[in-house]
Design a protein around this ligand. Structure first.
Ligand code: SF4
Ligand code: SF4
Length: 343
């Protein structure tokens, strides 16, 4: 489902909702919107995913669950949730890797049994047959508590806007057009305000931090979009935003290689970490990262308050990178390039 054109149209017509706006919507948790989507992840989403799966960003990259790239137009780091695709008679179908049968726990129990693979397959097949007959074979989100922001908002979309006079950032919302979402007729009856919808979906906890983050991100974007290439600091930013393991690794390598020069330590670490490139820029910022917080950012006990602390540190470091980028490239922009930017 590609909503780019629709969003472009709404931006053009200033067709937005405020928190007080009323919408008619009620989610039945059918899971039909978890196919063929492009889900862009924020640093908060990555922190939540790591907590849910008790894993690191490196592992998420290795297992092909997420990917990180530099946007060809925005020149900013983008992290996306990858949907494995299958070819069907009616075309390509991609499904979220976290959309699982509601009896998934029972499947996991079978997988743990001390029996052969063939016996496990037979048991799972029997279970699936039984659940279908009982009408309990629905697919549901298996990471619901830690699902990404896009999923919490759906079918709302969100953009940020900066007041030119006050410099204050504001969140604005939009409802995806009815004909572009798979929800059934009965979903459009119950009236709620946007604010109620956000609260119901636990999407209000990190609003202050989110606005601060987008303010910095937008400022970086305004400088780099005018450049002919994405500067190396953007790779460092990608590590800071999504791949905190590289930062932890850097800090540990600093500790464990006390007699080497900074350049040697950077090289040694870059050689051992797949995603870590151009870490020289980040190295100077390392003392700002708390090893205490980030070293538990893949454990169940990583609380929402820890998450806030980690996100605040990410924002602070992004701000330092932003200052460096503005200072270094602020005046070296290509005057022929457009300054227009979509949030
Ligand atoms: S398709 Fe609509 S009703 Fe079904 S889970 Fe998604 S948002 Fe909810
Ligand atoms: S994370 Fe959950 S809600 Fe979001 S697309 Fe995947 S299964 Fe659906």
């Amino acid at each position: 489902m590609n909503n780019d054109k629709m969003i472009e149209e709404k931006l053009k017509n200033n067709d937005f909702l405020t928190k007080k706006s009323k919408i008619k919507f009620n989610c039945t948790a059918c899971g039909d919107c978890c196919y063929n989507q492009d889900i862009i992840l924020t640093p908060i989403d990555i922190l939540r995913l790591r907590r849910e799966l008790q894993t690191t960003t490196d592992e998420l990259l290795r297992k092909n669950i997420i990917s990180i790239h530099i946007g060809p137009n925005s020149k900013l780091p983008v992290c996306v949730l990858k949907f494995p695709g299958v070819q069907t008679p009616t075309g390509n179908l991609s499904m979220c890797p976290f959309l699982k049968p509601e009896f998934n726990d029972e499947i996991l129990e079978i997988q743990k049994l001390d029996i052969s693979l063939e016996e496990k397959k037979e048991k799972v097949a029997e279970l699936v047959k039984k659940k279908i007959l009982e009408g309990k074979a629905k697919r549901i989100c298996s990471i619901y508590k830690n699902r990404p922001t896009v999923c919490r908002l759906y079918p709302l979309g969100r953009v940020t806007e900066k007041n030119k006079k006050t410099g204050k950032m504001k969140l604005k919302f939009m409802m995806i057009d009815k004909d572009k979402i798979p929800c059934k007729k009965e979903c459009f009856k119950k009236e709620v305000t946007v604010e109620q919808w956000l609260k119901q979906n636990d999407e209000t906890s990190f609003e202050k931090e989110t606005l601060k983050f987008y303010d910095i991100f937008t400022e970086i974007g305004e400088v780099v979009i005018k450049l002919d290439h994405s500067p190396s600091e953007i790779n460092s930013l990608a590590n800071v935003l999504y791949n905190f393991d590289t930062i932890i690794g850097c800090q540990l390598s600093l500790k464990n290689l006390p007699n080497k020069t900074k350049e040697d330590k950077v090289k040694t670490f870059e050689l051992s970490a797949g995603m870590a490139k151009n870490l020289g820029d980040v190295f100077n910022l390392l003392p700002n990262f708390s090893l205490d917080i980030f070293s538990k950012a893949y454990k169940k006990e990583f609380t929402d308050e820890d998450l806030r602390e980690a996100f605040n540190q990410i924002i602070d470091i992004s701000n330092l990178i932003s200052c460096e980028i503005k200072q270094k490239y602020g005046s070296k922009t290509n005057p022929n390039k457009s300054n227009k930017k979509k949030s």
